[in-house]
Design a protein around this ligand. Structure first.
Ligand code: ADP
Length: 260
């Protein structure tokens, strides 16, 4: 009996020290991950300031006397600087989300203004493409809402820009339905349907992870960083919804979510 008790005590002691070791490792891993997220957030913030200065200077330079060739150089620099700034903004959002520091800022807003802004941004993405972008908004949808309009717009821009980017012909439909409402609240269903290249079924989950794309060739063929969906999914979750996707390879994709 004494031998049994000694064995049990020894086993308890081993288990305890293993537990302590595990707790220490977990704390170390958590603080390393928090430091990484903090570093990313600080870096992208530091990078944005000079980037904005470059953009401002280019705008001023555009107003001076320039030869047509110089105007072309300034225009191209502006396009590159804007695209770099949008990547920096995505990295900043992503690292904030990763560090658990992203919060929403709900305010009253006009829904039609949001759709107008969205249409302006999307018309630039369509370019020369032979596709039709349609807005299908249910007629009873309220005009004034309370929510984080900036983030809602960011989600819709991400999803609709992807739909346009990955579609060569046909249409992109941005639909807004009211699926439940009372005097105080409306639950809206947003869906963005395209007739584009589609997504392989084994990639339907991984595309929502940060820095991931469906194909290795996507960056080369279409550009992008693979952050848009990770950010959008998290924003939808912060709004109390879930971003889901259905797709048929070579035919269509449809991203949708519901928020109140
Ligand atoms: P990015 O567009 O910058 O690559 P996202 O996170 O927005 O990053 O998208 C991740 C990947 O998901 C894309 O690279 C693409 O492979 C796939 N994807 C997203 N939307 C669509 C779509 N509408 N049609 C086909 N593939 C898509």
């Amino acid at each position: 009996l004494v031998a049994d008790i000694t064995e049990i005590k020894q086993a308890q002691f081993t288990l305890q020290s293993m537990n302590q070791e595990l707790e220490l490792r977990t704390r170390q891993a958590e603080s390393a991950s928090a430091a990484k997220a903090q570093f990313l957030a600080n870096m992208s913030h530091e990078l944005r300031t000079p980037m904005n200065a470059v953009l401002g200077m280019l705008q001023l330079m555009r107003r001076t006397d320039l030869t047509p060739r110089q105007v072309d150089y300034v225009d191209k620099s502006q396009i590159a600087a804007k695209s770099l700034l949008s990547i920096l903004n995505d990295i900043l959002d992503f690292s904030k989300i990763d560090a658990g520091k992203m919060t929403l800022d709900p305010q009253p807003f006009q829904f039609s203004r949001l759709l107008d802004d969205l249409a302006v941004v999307l018309s630039a993405s369509i370019g020369e493409k032979n596709i039709e972008v349609l807005f299908q908004v249910t007629s009873q949808f309220p005009k004034e809402l309370i929510g984080d309009a900036l983030r809602l717009k960011q989600i819709l821009i991400n999803l609709a820009s992807n739909a346009i980017k990955f579609t060569d012909r046909g249409e992109v439909v941005i639909a807004v339905d009211s699926i439940a409402s009372d005097e105080q609240r409306v639950t809206a269903r947003f869906s963005i349907q395209d007739s584009g290249i589609g997504i392989p079924s084994d990639k339907l989950e991984t595309i929502f992870e940060g820095f991931s794309q469906a194909e290795a060739s996507t960056t080369r063929r279409f550009g992008g960083t693979g952050l848009g969906l990770a950010i959008s999914r998290r924003f939808v979750e912060l709004m109390g919804g879930q971003l889901t996707v259905h797709s048929e390879l070579g035919k269509c994709s449809c991203f949708s979510f519901e928020v109140t």
